[in-house]
Design a protein around this ligand. Structure first.
Ligand code: UT7
Length: 324
């Protein structure tokens, strides 16, 4: 017997406003053709002026609770993966906690940028397994539009806003691969790569929020090797092979990175969930947004083996293997 973190439901939220590539081409020297060819992105969602990360997070959380059929009063852990919190402190997760009327347990933010959701799965899995919580909300929520330099065409076309959430509950499993829930997680970081992807501001450095800076090529190069490595480790740990993967739900940064991963795993294209075309890169929100789409449209079914992998600033990266 062992405790498993079972996923009881998921949900997501996107802001109302869609910004197309053509609209961006009116602001910076770019084109719909360049953006689609190099990234696969067709449009992205951008939060309203008064819409905060916590607002997106709360809406995604409510959708996930409804989907799970679980009342907010049962929640005793809220983890919000975000690199764009409402304020420097307190944690955006505590704002969500207040919005949901939850008054027990713990709520905190987790900062691993685009790897935030995979890191969050690892942290929540551990807390549920050690009995420190029973019913958890894991949210990935971002308003990257607020930290983009809208004059920099090499970054401003790549990101979007949004949120996704899942509800997890500690349940008894057998401990083997037939269990549903999180099967294993592997998380990594290497701070030597700071300069390849960072924000040039913050409370302790400039006192301003700063803007995202990225050496895209270096990130690309690392992403196409680190994520497959983390996936291999997940497969080895569980004794599975790539052909056992029913669905790959990768971080959504660039269609070329996603396709390269699918190819390395020899996965047919229709086993890879892609939303980067509609959402662009929503950092910690991208995996739960993609997951929710594929669960709601019936692709991902109970019992399916789902592999997640992400890579982001730090660098941080990792994988999470679960049975839906
Ligand atoms: O979530 C984790 C973080 N992000 C990622 O995983 C992103 C990883 N990187 C990438 O997705 C890609 O490297 C990018 C999409 C960012 C860039 O694609 P690329 O094929 O590596 O292009 P590049 O940076 O080599 O740029 C090629 C050309 C350059 O012009 P020159 O030097 O060849 O004359 C750029 O100045 O494209 C130019 N360029 C643009 N042109 C039109 C860069 N951005 C744009 C743009 N529109 N928006």
């Amino acid at each position: 017997m062992m405790i498993r973190a079972n996923i009881k439901g998921c949900g997501s939220y996107l802001p109302e406003r869609i910004v197309t590539n053509d609209q961006l081409a009116e602001r910076v020297d770019t084109s719909d053709e360049w953006i689609r060819q190099r990234t696969g992105i067709r449009h992205r969602y951008v939060a309203g002026e008064n819409e905060l990360t916590s607002d997106l997070a709360t809406k995604a959380a409510l959708a996930a609770l409804e989907h799970a059929g679980i009342d907010a009063t049962e929640i005793d852990l809220i983890v919000c993966a975000t690199a764009t919190p409402d304020e420097t402190f307190p944690a955006t997760a505590t704002v969500v906690q207040r919005n949901l009327g939850v008054t027990k347990g713990a709520a905190f933010d987790l900062q691993a940028v685009c790897s935030g959701f995979v890191y969050g799965l690892s942290v929540v899995d551990s807390l549920l397994k050690t009995g420190q919580a029973r019913t958890a909300l894991l949210i990935g929520a971002e308003t990257f539009s607020r930290i983009l330099d809208w004059e920099d065409r090499s970054t401003c076309v790549l990101f979007g806003d949004g949120a996704g959430a899942i509800v997890l509950q500690a349940e008894e499993g057998t401990g083997d691969i037939t269990d549903s829930g999180i099967l294993n997680t592997h998380i990594y970081s290497d701070g030597r790569y700071h300069d390849a992807l960072y924000v040039d501001g913050g409370p302790s450095s400039t006192g301003t929020a700063g803007f995202l800076r990225m050496e895209g090529k270096e990130v690309f190069r690392q992403a196409v090797s680190r994520m497959p490595e983390a996936i291999d480790t997940a497969l080895q740990t569980s004794g599975l092979s790539p052909s056992d993967i029913d669905w790959l739900v990768p971080h959504q940064a660039n269609i070329r990175i996603i396709e390269a991963m699918g190819k390395k795993l020899k996965l047919p294209k229709d086993r890879v969930v892609v939303t980067v075309d509609k959402h662009a890169n929503t950092s910690a929100a991208s995996i739960p947004l993609a997951l929710t789409e594929a669960v709601y449209d019936g692709r991902i079914k109970r019992g399916d083996i789902v592999m997640m992998a992400a890579m982001g600033g730090g660098f941080t990266w990792g994988s999470a293997l679960l049975r839906w």
